[in-house]
Ligand binder design. Sequence first.
Ligand code: CDP
Length: 156
Amino acid sequence: ARAMQAHLDAYAAAAARRAQEVTQVVGAALVDDRQRVLVAQRGSGPLAGLWEFPGGKVEPGESEVSALVRECREELGVGIAPEAFLGEVPLDGVVAGGVPGASTLRLYGGRIIAGELVAHEHSELRWLGPDELEGLAWIPADRPLLPAVRDLLARG
Ligand code: CDP
């Protein structure tokens, strides 16, 4: 029985280590009541100047939805209500702290329910309609999610 317990402990420890290696990233497609979505331009770092859906890394022990709410408060100064899960894409390379290829960007729809938008970390924020999205200089990871966002806007 002791050998079995040691085996189970080792297995649980390995699973916990793997979970810590994966840095999950979440993004928010925030929609207003005019069928527009909020897009944000990164202000610094290697991806500066490119457009993204606001979001960031899920912290250890944090749920994806909690991370989404926290990131929107930190980056945009607003309270949001997360809605439907829209899709997931692999992130190339190493997202700080993770292992190559292990991380994905998971995008959720949502709405602003409190506060006034302020670009705390981005150089610019814009509300765009479905036909204005393709033309932006997107972060590579976010672009494959645009059809799902267009569908969301079309549904209203
Ligand atoms: O805010 P935090 O430092 O947690 O994360 P971040 O710098 O906003 O995002 C971490 C990484 O996720 C970025 O370096 C991007 O590679 C990726 N990311 C992305 O591809 N698309 C997004 N919409 C948000 C983040």
